[in-house]
Write a protein that binds this ligand. Structure first.
Ligand code: OXD
Ligand code: MN
Length: 596
C-alpha cells in the first residue's frame, strides 16, 4: 500500500516483535469491513443486531475488568520527567520500551496483525495528521473505521513523510496488572497493551488527538483541545462557531447536538455539530483561529442518552454503529441502557453476558444495571441529523468564542465572560467540577481539571498554560472571546435551578451576541456577567429574580475558591506563567473590594 520507508521499517520491527500468524492491511473498503464483521460474529467477538431496526449495527462486550480509561496506568514517557510535568505519570522511555516490548513480544502468535492507516481530520486538510495503528483486535479495526478516515488515500497524501504517529496495540491477555497506555511524544509513538476498551485502544482518539497532538501543537504553534465544536445559526442564516471544554459528565455531547427550545427554533435558531469531543485549532491566513474535528464519529456514553436528552445522538446510533457493554434486548435483538426509555426489556442479557430482567434492578446498586454506566456507542458522524456541512471540509471553521465549564453547585454563575484572553486562560486553568453521586467516592469534591485536559495533556501543564498565553499574543484582537458556563447551580434542596439541555441555547445566544458587540454586560469581580434582562427567558418558567440568583457572585464562596486556586497553582512551581499569578492577584483584590 505504500513505499514510505519510515512506515515499512517500523512495521518490520513491529512484526518481528509481535510475531503474528498473518498480516492484513486495512484499506477501509466496505467489502473488507463486511468481511471483518462476519469474522467477528463467527468468533463471538461481536453480535449482529436486528438488521431491520438497527442496520449494520453490532454489540460487543469487553472483559469486566476493562471498561474505562485507566488514568493510573497511563504514562507520558518524555525523555525528561519535567516535560511530563506534575499532572502526568512519567517513566523513563528506555525503561518503558523495555517493559512494553517484553509484554508485546510474541503476543500476536495465532493472531492477525491488522495495519490501519488513518487520518485525524479530513484527508488532505492542512490541519489533519496521519497515523498508523497496528492491532490484533477486529473490534479496534471496526471502531477505527468509524472514528477516523481509514485507507490507502491516507498513505497517498502522506507520501514519504515521516510525520505520522506510530501506534501499537496488543490485546495480550487483557491482564489489568500488565495494562499500560504509554505515550512517547518525542518519538511520535504510542504503545497500549493488555486492554481492549475504546479510550485505551482506539489510538487515534485520546492518545493521538489529545496527548501526542497537544505536544505537537506546542512545538508547532497550534492547539489540540478537549473541546466540542458547534455552529449556532441565527434567524438571518449567519452561523457563529464556538468551541467548548467540559470535564466528563457535564453534557458535552448534549451541548454539541443541542436542539433549541420551540420558541427559538421557530424564530430560526439552529445548532450544527462539527465535533463532540476534540478540536484541533490553527491560526488561518486571515489571522483567526480555525478548528477541525479530527474525528469521524462519536464515541458517546450510552446511559442517559434518549430522545429527550439528545435526540440527535440517538439518531446517530441507528445505522452502522457499534455498541459496547450495553444491554442486549433479546425481545427484538436490539439494545437498551438505563435512561433510554421507561420500558426495560423483560428478556435480556446484561453487559457482562448474564440473563437480566427489570426485577433485578436496584438503583442504588450499579452492579445490578443492565448496561455498564460507561457503556458506549461508536457512531458515524455522517448519521447525525445536525452534522455541519463544514464537517468534511478541511479548512476548519472560524472560532468566535471558547467556552469553559464545569459542575459547580454554588460557585460559578450561569455564564460570565473573561475580561480578555489572559484572564480567559486563567479561567480555563482553574476550571473545576464537583463529583456527583454518579461516580464512586464522596459527593461534592472539587476536582481541578484545567481546560478539561488534566488526563490528556501530553506535556508539562505549566508549559501548556504558557502555550495558551502565547497563542493569545499571536491572535491579538482576532482571538476568540473566552466565557465560562455552569448549568449546574443548585438550590438549598440540591435541585438544579437552570433547566439545561436545549434551554442552554439562550445562554449561547448571549455569548454570540457578546462576540458581535450586540449584548450588554456588567463588569464584576470575576468578569462580565449578563444583566438578567439580557438573557431571553420567553416561554421559560424562570423569573428574573431566579436568574439574578443564578448570575450572582458570592464573596465568601469565591474567596474560598481563590484560596483553593492558590493550592492548585502551587503544583506547577516555576512553570506557572507569571501572567496567571497576576490574574489570581487581581481576583483576590477584586473580591476583597466587595462588600461583605
Ligand atoms: C471521553 C472522556 O470518553 O472524556 O470522551 O472520558
Ligand atoms: Mn472526552
Amino acid at each position: 500500500m505504500t513505499k514510505n520507508i519510515t512506515i515499512l521499517s517500523w512495521l518490520n520491527e513491529v512484526r518481528s516483535l509481535v510475531k503474528p500468524d498473518k498480516v492484513v492491511w486495512i484499506d477501509g473498503s466496505e467489502e473488507q469491513i463486511e468481511e471483518l464483521r462476519k469474522e467477528a460474529v463467527a468468533t463471538g467477538e461481536m453480535i449482529k443486531l436486528n438488521e431491520k431496526l438497527l442496520p449494520d449495527c453490532y454489540l460487543h462486550r469487553t472483559k469486566p475488568n476493562d471498561v474505562a480509561r485507566v488514568e493510573d496506568r497511563t504514562f507520558i514517557c518524555s525523555r525528561s520527567k519535567e516535560n511530563a510535568g506534575p499532572t502526568n505519570n512519567w517513566c523513563d522511555p528506555k525503561e518503558m520500551y523495555t517493559k512494553l516490548y517484553d509484554i508485546a513480544r510474541g503476543s500476536y502468535k495465532g493472531r492477525t496483525m491488522y495495519i490501519i492507516p488513518y487520518s485525524m481530520g479530513p484527508i488532505g486538510s492542512p490541519i489533519a495528521k496521519a497515523g498508523i495503528e497496528v492491532t490484533d483486535s477486529i473490534y479496534v479495526v471496526l471502531n477505527m473505521c468509524i472514528m477516523t478516515r481509514v485507507g490507502k488515500k491516507v498513505l497517498d497524501v502522506l507520501g514519504d513523510s515521516n510525520d505520522w504517529v506510530r501506534g501499537l496495540h496488543c490485546k495480550c491477555d487483557v491482564d489489568p496488572e500488565k495494562r499500560y497506555i504509554c505515550h512517547f511524544p518525542e518519538d511520535n509513538a504510542i504503545i497500549s497493551v493488555n486492554s481492549a476498551y475504546g479510550g485505551n485502544v482506539l489510538l487515534g482518539k485520546k492518545c493521538f488527538a489529545l496527548r501526542i497532538a497537544s505536544y505537537q501543537g506546542w512545538k508547532e504553534g497550534w492547539m489540540a483541545e478537549h473541546m466540542l465544536i458547534l455552529g449556532l445559526e441565527n434567524p438571518q442564516g449567519k452561523i457563529t462557531y464556538v468551541a467548548a471544554a467540559f470535564p466528563s459528565a457535564c453534557g458535552k455531547t448534549n451541548l454539541a447536538m443541542l436542539i433549541p427550545p420551540k420558541y427559538l427554533k421557530e424564530k430560526g435558531y439552529k445548532v450544527w455539530t462539527v465535533g463532540d469531543d476534540i478540536a484541533w485549532m490553527k491560526i488561518g491566513p486571515d489571522g483567526r483561529l480555525y478548528a477541525i474535528n479530527p474525528e469521524n464519529g462519536f464515541f458517546g456514553v450510552a446511559p442517559g442518552t434518549n430522545e429527550k436528552s439528545n435526540f440527535n445522538a440517538l439518531e446517530s446510533t441507528k445505522r452502522g454503529a457499534i455498541f459496547t457493554n450495553v444491554c442486549h434486548n433479546l425481545e427484538n435483538d436490539t439494545v437498551w441502557w438505563e435512561g433510554l426509555d421507561k420500558n426495560p426489556p423483560t428478556f435480556a442479557v446484561d453487559w457482562k453476558g448474564y440473563p437480566w430482567n427489570p426485577s433485578m434492578f436496584n438503583k442504588a446498586d450499579k452492579t445490578t444495571y443492565a448496561a455498564h454506566p460507561n457503556s458506549r456507542f461508536t457512531a458515524p458522524a455522517k448519521n447525525c441529523p445536525c452534522v455541519s456541512s463544514e464537517f468534511d471540509k478541511g479548512e476548519g471553521v472560524p472560532i468566535s468564542a471558547i467556552i469553559f465549564g464545569g459542575r459547580r453547585a454554588k460557585c460559578a454563575p450561569l455564564v460570565y465572560q473573561s475580561r480578555d484572553w489572559e484572564h480567559g486562560v486563567f479561567v480555563g486553568s482553574t476550571m473545576a467540577s464537583e463529583t456527583t453521586a454518579a461516580a464512586a467516592g464522596a459527593v461534592g469534591v472539587v476536582r481541578r481539571d484545567p481546560m478539561a485536559m488534566l488526563p490528556f495533556c501530553g506535556y508539562n501543564m505549566g508549559d501548556y498554560f504558557q502555550h495558551w498565553l502565547d497563542m493569545g499574543k499571536r491572535l491579538g484582537d482576532k482571538a476568540p472571546k473566552i466565557f465560562n458556563v455552569n448549568w449546574f447551580r443548585t438550590d438549598d434542596d440540591g435541585n438544579f435551578i437552570w433547566p439545561g439541555y436545549g434551554e442552554n441555547a439562550r445562554v449561547l445566544n448571549w455569548i454570540v451576541d457578546r462576540c458581535e458587540g450586540k449584548a450588554d454586560a456588567e463588569l464584576t469581580a470575576i468578569g462580565y456577567i449578563p444583566r438578567p434582562e439580557d438573557i431571553d427567558l420567553t416561554d421559560l418558567d424562570i423569573d428574573l429574580d431566579t436568574l439574578k440568583g443564578l448570575l450572582s457572585v458570592d464573596k465568601a464562596v469565591w474567596t474560598k475558591e481563590a484560596d483553593e486556586i492558590v493550592v492548585h497553582y502551587e503544583k506547577f512551581g516555576d512553570k506557572l506563567p507569571k501572567e496567571l499569578k497576576e490574574q489570581l492577584a487581581i481576583l483576590k483584590k477584586n473580591l476583597a473590594a466587595l462588600p461583605d
